[in-house]
Design a protein around this ligand. Structure first.
Ligand SMILES: NC(=O)c1ccc[n+]([C@@H]2O[C@H](COP(=O)([O-])OP(=O)(O)OC[C@H]3O[C@@H](n4cnc5c(N)ncnc54)[C@H](O)[C@@H]3O)[C@@H](O)[C@H]2O)c1
Ligand SMILES: [Zn+2]
Length: 453
């Protein structure tokens, strides 16, 4: 399939969680040029951003520290270290990098120079149009800290993950004489950390990059682990590089402006981490499903910290997805097939939610997973308002997507399944008929007609 095909209308069911407004979902058309990319003239040395009517969404202006709620003192940031402890001159460890810190808390901007490092003279801040004000604040702070700071404003969401956007950023780096000791700072969701990480990975074969994720998905997933990438006309994330960040600043204040649907979608990845490794995450959500959707709450902060710790532990052991890292794909085999079938109209987290249900039911059918743990998938995801079913008239398309999954070996289909709470394993599925039977259990009738394998 090509990503330039017109998208079908999104399913009406659960559209508030699944769908995105059209302007935010298009994978870039081949040959399209971001409006910004004309503006790489060296006359605009202090900013490469284009004119745009778009600004930050209402309700928040920047990642500056927000005052603590109701006079409570702001909690101290927590730090999760990925790989070997970060230290000056540290040797590259077995994982192929020296380790880095993910700092989680509020008002973290003052920590940015420490992560950018003293060697850098120039810093390029890459952000989407929707986060212009935040990008400007980050640039100003870097300038105050003594760096020559530039801004590259890129198209929002998936439109930013385009080769011409990367080329625009390379042009800015080139025209402003960035050397290998200079740095990139990514401010935005997973789309921005992916493309900015890719730009940093490729410019002079590798600049330092600091990620400042501003979505829940970015914090618990995209910004941690060093996978970077862009889309091509043939599909999502087909071009990329492994490039570990110098550090990650997960400033919870940025979540105050995040649309609720984006936050809830990100929680699907958090739930995934709960099932594969940390049951306490599940307990916190069960105790207060509303509070984990509140960006001010200590519950949300705790599940974010725990989910990052789960991801950090896995990627610290398996830098390049040779083995252990596969468990992070729990729920993702069907999720990717749904995303493909929906032409990426669904939020990733919504698709992951259905994929988690499918994986739980498959493991139950195979006699691997106990009933209470399988049932818990339904109750937790439903309590967050995430989708747990998918239309029954798309099985053939889904199976095609499942067959493309990168975990497969030859004709052998492979799924990450649970053998119990916190016990993920990659399992070979000998016969697609069991997948179909499981799918019928979770499918929702949209047509009233029966489906065939
Ligand atoms: N590299 C990895 O390991 C990895 C892992 C998971 C996902 N990803 C990638 O991440 C991308 C999805 O990331 P995402 O879900 O963060 O989506 P996104 O980056 O597209 O952001 C979603 C929307 O929220 C807006 N936004 C971001 N922060 C905001 C804020 N604080 N306030 C208001 N609006 C804000 C964005 O402008 C965008 O419109 C996909 O491209 C996916 O392939 C990468
Ligand atoms: Zn995911």
């Amino acid at each position: 399939m090509t990503t330039s095909e017109p998208a079908p209308a999104p399913a009406a069911r659960n559209e508030d969680i699944e769908g995105r407004p059209d302007s935010e979902q298009q994978v870039p058309q081949e040959g399209s040029v971001p409006a910004d990319s004309a503006q790489t003239d060296s006359a605009q040395t202090d900013s490469a951003q284009a004119d745009s009517a778009q600004t930050d969404p209402p309700g928040g202006e920047s990642v500056r520290p927000a005052p603590a709620e109701h006079g409570e003192p702001a909690a101290e940031p927590s730090i999760v270290t990925v790989g070997a402890p970060a230290a000056d001159g540290a040797d590259l460890g077995a994982v192929g990098h020296s380790g880095y810190d993910v700092v989680i808390g509020s008002g973290l901007l003052s920590r940015l120079p420490g992560m950018v490092g003293a060697q850098a003279e120039r810093v390029l801040v890459i952000h989407p149009r929707a986060l212009r004000a935040t990008g400007d604040v980050v640039r100003e702070d870097l300038e105050k800290a003594g760096y020559q700071a530039l801004v590259a404003e890129i198209p929002d969401a998936e439109e930013g993950k385009h080769i011409q956007v990367a080329a625009f950023c390379w042009q800015v780096l080139g025209q402003n004489d960035f050397t290998r000791s200079d740095a990139v700072v990514a401010v935005g969701g997973g789309a921005v950390t992916d493309v900015a990480g890719f730009v940093a990975a490729t410019w002079l074969r590798g600049l330092r990059v600091v990620h400042m994720p501003t979505t829940l998905l970015g914090m618990v997933d995209a910004a941690v682990g060093g996978k970077t990438g862009i889309n091509t006309a043939e599909g999502k994330n087909l071009v990329g590089a492994f490039h570990q960040p110098a550090g990650v600043l997960a400033d919870l204040d940025t979540l105050l402006t995040l649309p609720r649907n984006e936050l809830v979608a990100g929680l699907a990845e958090v739930v995934k981490c709960g099932f594969i490794a940390d049951e306490r995450i599940l307990e916190i959500i069960e105790e207060s499903p509303e509070q984990v959707q509140n960006p001010h709450s200590r519950q949300l902060r705790e599940v974010i910290e725990r989910a990052i710790a789960v991801k950090a532990a896995v990627v610290g052991e398996d830098f390049k997805e040779a083995g252990e890292r596969e468990q992070l794909n729990y729920g993702h085999t069907l999720a990717h097939a749904i995303e493909l079938a929906e032409r990426y109209q669904w939020r990733h987290g919504a698709a992951v939610s259905v994929g988690l249900i499918f994986a739980a039911e498959l493991a139950r059918s195979l006699g691997r997973l106990d009933d209470p743990t399988a049932d818990r998938h339904h109750s937790i995801l439903q309590s967050l308002g995430l989708p747990t079913t998918y239309r029954d008239d798309r099985w053939n398309q889904l199976l095609e997507g499942i067959r493309r999954d990168k975990k497969n070996r030859g004709d052998q289909l492979r799924f990450v399944l649970l053998n119990g709470q916190g016990m993920p394993a990659t399992v070979e599925i000998p016969d697609a008929s069991i997948l179909f039977a499981t799918y019928q259990e979770i499918a929702e009738s949209v047509s009233g007609t029966s489906v065939s394998l």
